[in-house]
Design a protein around this ligand. Structure first.
Ligand code: SAM
Length: 275
């Protein structure tokens, strides 16, 4: 079932750029271009994927907190900006954060509590926190959280929490009015993204809102990114983006316990209300 967002809907789609998705280097002509690639190229890609699997198999499995966290380990803010938004331009980075916070504020009651899942260095949290009583900044990466703490040091109402795999143990049930995850769930295995959707369902108040984004496989941009992954043997890159169709998003979000309204563009924006 679809619900309309309360208040003003976002004016434009969420940012298209996303760290782990390489922009296509050349125009893509869909499946035809894949089919005309020779056997040698297929072998090269397969060999690359095999090497990654062998390397991965050699080490001990990472601790739950590190399974995703260790994949996002920037050295400093500039490195984090590149991982998060494919940019090193701080003005662009900050401008998108301000714009996204403005859009999200339509779903935040006055002085409400918010939770930014996969907050990175606080691109959005930095601008939404002044409108909140409390903002939880949550990420799987200890390094991202360290950089976020420094970047938002002047904001005393921001609480920091580590996401352990697909759980946010520090945040109580029903504690937040607005929970959002922008450019995050796509970087998890689909099953784990679903578990995190259920975790967002747990932490959001009954009358609250959850806003999440997914890359739209039906867009040319993300079909090209998907084909780039295919060609470059990125199947073993655990931080790669998983693309979704709008129907898939509606299906999984509903199964996680929400009524959902979708805004579909290059990014799919799902505005979710607990059922
Ligand atoms: C592309 S960045 C987006 C950052 C931020 N949401 C933004 O829009 O600026 C993805 C973020 O998700 C975080 N992340 C990845 N897996 C996660 C998980 N299982 N739980 C919480 N955060 C996760 C990464 O550490 C990284 O900070």
């Amino acid at each position: 079932m679809l619900v309309r967002p309360r208040g003003r809907p976002p004016a434009s789609p969420w940012p298209v750029a996303c760290g782990a998705v390489p922009e296509p280097s050349a125009p893509v002509h869909g499946a035809r271009r894949v089919l005309v690639r020779g056997l040698r190229e297929v072998e090269r890609v397969a060999a690359g994927a095999r090497r990654r699997l062998e390397n991965g198999a050699a080490g001990a499995p990472p601790a739950p907190a590190e399974r995703y966290g260790a994949l996002w380990d920037p050295s400093a803010d500039a490195d984090a900006m590149a991982l998060i938004l494919n940019t090193t331009d701080s003005e662009t980075f900050e401008a998108t954060g301000r714009a996204d916070a403005e859009r999200l504020s339509a779903y935040l009651p006055d002085g409400g509590t918010a939770l930014d899942l996969g907050c990175g260095i606080g691109r959005v949290a930095r601008y939404l926190a002044p409108r909140c009583t409390t903002l939880w900044a949550v990420d799987a990466s200890a390094r991202m959280l360290d950089l976020a703490r420094t970047r938002m040091a002047e904001l005393s109402n921001v609480r920091y929490a580590r996401c352990v795999d697909t759980a946010i143990p520090d945040v109580p049930d029903g504690a937040v009015d607005l929970a959002y995850a922008l450019l995050v769930l796509q970087h998890l295995e689909r099953e784990d993204a679903f578990l995190l959707l259920e975790e967002l369902r747990r932490v959001v108040a009954h009358a609250g809102t959850v806003v999440v984004t997914f890359p739209n496989l039906l867009s040319d941009t993300y079909l090209a990114a998907f084909l780039d992954y295919v060609r470059n043997g990125e199947v073993t890159n655990q931080a790669r983006a998983r693309m979704y169709t709008p129907d898939e998003v509606a299906r999984v979000v509903t199964a996680a316990g929400f009524d959902v309204h979708l805004e579909v563009d290059v990014e799919i924006l799902a505005v979710c209300r607990p059922r």
